[in-house]
Every structure is written in structure tokens, then in C-alpha cells.
Design a protein around this ligand. Structure first.
Ligand code: NAP
Ligand code: MG
Length: 518
């Protein structure tokens, strides 16, 4: 089945990045297996690769087999402390703070070039580690990471402060200075590890900060690959440090560290809340990109084919392990059956398989534990009276595979309709009155989350009317994709602050007002 995620990446870039699967996969995989994957990985601290001080390591699994893939260092508090010290030194002295804005921008752009050069390898590694089809790791994750770096590189020369309007009688002259916030602790999840790491590092570096990155224990490999590129880039030592390890030790140590100025976190709402509480100790700045349970609202006048296609894609994309996935479907009664059938038909044709198989449309769930969680939700939905229209079963093969699943006739009070499942599960219910925008918005807003919403209609009044009423950080109408310069983030318990765009880079700065008496 032709499956192209609809995400914003430029046509030119896509052309450049076309994966020639048949000819390039096998030798590249062999090279990865005998090279990168065959040796234990250490921590990247102060420009050097070092073992965890405890000597502990952790085994990274391939979710499509459940078998070991690589061995990485399990850093903890002591390693985080080393990394934070290195980041502090790099922030305050040496080459980094004395670089011109243009030179900093050049380094960030150069990192984009290095990623572009190695894009195939990075995408393959990402697919092995996280399980997502190489088509999407290549054309979405890696492509968007490159764009993010290029976009943020441009900001280095454009961040400015303001001066206050001066009346002729004014006895004072005041202005603002925008300053880098300092040492940033970046904590990332496993569902888009490379892109998330880059999305944090790019604006942090553009603003002049230094970074300690703690990638997810379940998929840390591409962050380490990024470390190799940072080494090649000759970024001054300590500007970016990478500490692999567990959230409860390395992650928590970063949150607790008194010399970290900001935590930029992407992950679950549960951990996000504990980070917010932990950051209070020394009043760290925090950006939180958390979970979602985003609505899809399909009006009777919509392009049903396009709406069904796009809704299916976001469920299959990353096996539903995607924070902004539209997982609560509200389709008008007149078109409900068509939408349900359209989704079911696509779901049945989806080729489920390992991310590195060139013809896979959808990969495995990241871990046994996550798979159990997804299966638990499907069972609970069925138990609560939802109809399992398609899917619903674990796939009988090695690895953590589940069928793409549609639960229909779901009611808003069911757990499957309220909780983020983080699997390929779409929950659907019909609505009757398309003119009642207030009621529709209430349905859409009936969740603790507020990350995204998708509206499908040809009626401009309904589309814009709903866009205003829905509490979500990103609203797409008829399949629109967010472009780089615009921010992304959550209302309510989907997060705090924004990533991307001007807001995203400004979140790595402090603002200072300076007033001079004349
Ligand atoms: P998670 O369990 O919250 O973990 C995210 C990161 O936090 C991991 O690196 C984790 O380490 C670390 N961590 C865990 N406990 C910690 C603690 N006490 N202190 C500091 N760090 C800690 O989330 P996940 O399961 O990896 O990712 C799935 C979640 O991320 C979903 O809820 C999804 O919606 C959300 N997400 C949101 C966005 C967005 O932009 N809004 C994007 C992608 C994903 P370990 O790996 O060791 O657990
Ligand atoms: Mg893994």
C-alpha cells in the first residue's frame, strides 16, 4: 500500500533524500552491524567519549525481534554532574561564548550538512532502534531534523532586544537584552529520538546555550550517532554532552542539578509533572512537550477520502506512538460508516513489519511493556462495550507487533477515549448536528490534553469557528501541516511553553531590561 506520511518536508529535500532501498539497505545494515552496533557505547562528555563512572551499561533491544541490538553506558548522577560542569565551563569560557553569531549559525548549518550526508545511515539506525519504517525515519524524522537545524541557524543573527519609545522629555533610556539561558538539560522520549534531540539542541545552540542531553533508555542510539557528528563538527568541548541512562537516575539528576538553568522535556504527562515539581528547587525554566489525545472532526461536506486517508496515516505513523496523533474520531452520522469502512480497509492492507524492511508501512511497538499497555486498553475498550471493527490483536511473530485497530461506538467516558494509548488505536463515535459548533467543541475539549486537533470540512465558518473554540496548541484544517516557523506545544496537560518558531528559540533566552538615566 502506498503510504507517505503527510508531513512538511520540502519537495527538493525529499527528492534529494529518496531512499533507494533495494540497492542501499543491505550493505549499509551490514556496515552498521559490524561497526556502530558491534561496540559498546560510551557517554559524550566534554568532547570525549567516556564510560559511566559506575561502569554500568544497559542493553538496547530491537523491538522487531526483542533481541539485543547494542550496549550503551548507563550514566547516573556522577556522570550528569561531570557533564553539567563541562557544559557550564563551555557556556562561560572558551571558544563558544566568544563565537560571532554568524559563526555559531555556520556550525549549526554545518551539522545539518553532516546529517544530510549520513541521512541514510541515521535513518536505518533509527528504524532498528525505534522500529519505525525507514521511509518515515528518513523522510520525516531525519528530514525534519535537517530543516530544524537550518531554520534555527538563521536565528543566530536575528535575535534582538527592544528599545523603549523615547519621548523628547524622557530622562531615561531603556532597552532589553536577550541572553542565553545557560546550561540546558534536554530529556527526550523514544518515539522520535533523533528528531527530538535535534529539536532541542538546535534552538539551544542558536540561542548560545550549552546542553546536556539525556536520551530515552529504549532508543538512545541515534543520539549517540549525533554525538559522533558533533565531534566531527569540532563544536567546542562541553557545548553538547550526551549522557545515556535511566530516567530515574540520569534524568532525575539533571532535573535536580543546581547548576542546570533549564529543562527542556518531551515525554509523558506523568513524568512532565514530576519534572515541573522538581524544577522548583532552583526555579529552573521548563519547557514541557507532553502527551495528547487529539480529536479528528469530520463534517459531512468534507473530502471523506482525504480525511480518511490522513486519519489512517497518523494512526499508522510511528505505530500510533506519536504525541499529536488524531486518536479520537468524531465523524458526522451521515459519513460515519464510510469513514469507518475506509479506515478498516486501509488498516487491513497495512504491511506491518520491521522498520528496516523496505516495504513495511508500520513497525512494532517499542517494548513488551508498552505493547501490554496497548493490549490492555484494547481489552478495556471492548469490555466497556466498544466494537472492535478491525484489528485488536497482537500479531503472532517475534517482536512487539500489534494490528492497527479501530474501536467504534466508543463513548466519551471510556478509558480508551480519555487516556493516551500510544499505539495504533483509533476510537470513533458519530455526531449528529454539524451546526452546533459549541457542542462539538465541548466533545473535542472533553479531555485533560490539548496538543492538537484536526478538522475536515469545506465550510470556512465551521472550520475557523471550531479552530477558535478547541483548546489545542495546533489545529489542522483539511490536512494542513505545520511549517517550521510556527510553534508547537500543548494546552492544558499537553505541556508548557512551545517548541519551534520564534517562541521556541526565545524559550532558550532570558530577557533583561536595562535602564539608563540621562
Ligand atoms: P517518558 O516515560 O515520560 O520518558 C521521557 C524521557 O524522560 C525519557 O528519557 C525518560 O527516561 C525520562 N525520564 C523518566 N523518568 C524521569 C524522571 N523522573 N526524571 C527525569 N527524566 C525522566 O515518556 P516516553 O514513554 O519515553 O515517551 C512517550 C510519551 O512522550 C508520550 O506520552 C507522548 O505523548 C510523549 N511525547 C510528546 C511529544 C510532544 O512533543 N508533545 C513528542 C513525543 C512524545 P527513560 O527512557 O529511562 O524512561
Ligand atoms: Mg530500542
Amino acid at each position: 500500500m502506498p503510504f507517505e506520511p503527510r508531513f512538511p518536508y520540502s519537495r527538493a529535500l525529499r527528492k534529494e533524500l529518496v531512499v533507494n532501498a533495494a540497492t542501499s539497505f543491505v550493505p549499509r545494515l551490514d556496515a552498521l552491524r559490524s561497526g556502530f552496533l558491534s561496540r559498546p557505547h560510551r557517554l559524550f562528555i566534554d568532547g570525549k567519549w567516556i564510560s559511566a563512572q559506575s561502569g554500568e551499561t544497559l542493553t538496547v533491544l530491537d523491538p522487531s525481534t526483542g533481541k539485543p541490538l547494542a550496549e550503551v553506558a548507563a550514566g547516573d548522577k556522577a556522570d550528569v554532574d561531570l557533564a553539567v560542569r563541562a557544559a557550564r565551563r563551555a557556556f562561560q569560557s572558551g571558544r563558544w561564548p566568544s563565537l560571532s553569531h554568524a559563526e555559531r549559525g555556520r556550525l549549526i548549518s554545518r551539522l545539518a550538512d553532516l546529517i544530510e550526508r549520513d541521512a541514510d545511515d541515521i535513518a536505518l539506525l533509527e528504524s532498528l532502534d525505534g522500529g519505525n519504517p525507514v521511509r518515515s525515519t528518513r523522510h520525516v524524522d531525519v528530514a525534519m531534523a535537517i530543516e530544524s537545524l537550518r531554520y534555527n541557524a538563521g536565528w543566530t543573527t536575528k535575535l534582538t532586544g527592544e528599545t523603549a519609545l523615547a519621548s523628547p522629555q524622557s530622562r531615561s533610556f531603556s532597552y532589553t537584552l536577550r541572553e542565553p539561558i545557560g546550561v540546558v538539560g534536554a530529556i527526550t522520549p523514544w518515539n522520535a529520538p533523533f528528531l527530538m534531540a535535534v529539536n532541542k539542541i538546535a534552538p539551544a545552540l542558536a540561542a548560545g546555550c550549552t546542553v546536556v542531553l539525556k536520551p530515552a533508555e529504549l532508543a538512545p542510539l541515534t543520539a549517540l550517532r549525533l554525538g559522533q557528528l558533533l565531534e566531527e563538527l569540532e563544536l567546542p568541548p562541553g557545548v553538547v554532552n550526551i549522557v545515556t541512562g535511566y530516567g530515574s537516575s540520569a534524568g532525575q539528576a539533571l532535573v535536580d542539578h543546581p547548576d542546570v538553568n533549564k529543562i527542556s522535556f518531551t515525554g509523558s504527562t506523568r513524568v512532565g509533572k514530576s519534572i515541573l515539581a522538581g524544577a522548583a528547587v532552583n526555579m529552573k525554566r521548563v519547557t514541557l512537550e507532553l502527551g495528547g489525545k487529539s480529536p479528528v472532526i469530520i463534517f459531512p461536506d468534507a473530502d471523506i477520502e482525504a480525511a480518511t486517508q490522513a486519519t489512517s496515516q497518523t494512526i499508522f505513523f510511528k505505530t500510533g506512538q506519536f504525541c499529536a496523533a488524531g486518536t479520537r474520531l468524531f465523524a458526522h452520522r451521515k459519513v460515519f460508516d464510510r469513514v469507518v469502512e475506509g479506515f478498516a480497509e486501509r488498516a487491513r492492507k497495512v504491511k506491518v513489519g520491521p522498520g528496516i524492511a523496505p516495504d513495511s508501512d508500520m513497525g512494532p511497538i517499542i517494548s513488551e511493556k508498552q505493547l501490554d499497555r496497548v493490549m490492555g486498553y484494547i481489552g478495556a475498550g471492548a469490555g466497556d462495550g466498544a466494537d472492535v471493527v478491525t484489528g485488536g490483536k497482537r500479531i503472532d511473530r517475534e517482536g512487539y507487533f500489534v494490528q492497527p485497530t479501530l474501536l467504534a461506538n466508543v463513548r466519551p467516558n471510556m478509558s480508551v477515549f480519555q487516556d493516551e494509548i500510544f499505539g495504533p488505536v483509533l476510537c470513533a463515535m458519530p455526531f449528529s448536528d454539524a451546526s452546533e459548533l459549541e457542542q462539538l467543541a465541548q466533545l473535542a475539549n472533553d479531555t485533560s490534553y490539548g496538543l492538537a486537533a484536526n478538522i475536515w470540512t469545506r465550510d470556512l465558518v465551521a472550520a475557523h469557528g471550531l479552530a477558535r473554540r478547541i483548546q489545542a496548541g495546533t489545529i489542522t484544517i483539511n490536512g494542513g501541516g505545520r511549517e517550521q516557523p510556527l510553534p508547537f506545544g500543548g494546552y492544558k496537560q499537553s505541556g508548557l511553553g512551545r517548541e519551534g518558531g520564534r517562541e521556541g528559540i526565545e524559550a532558550y533566552t532570558e530577557i533583561k531590561t536595562v535602564a539608563i538615566g540621562l
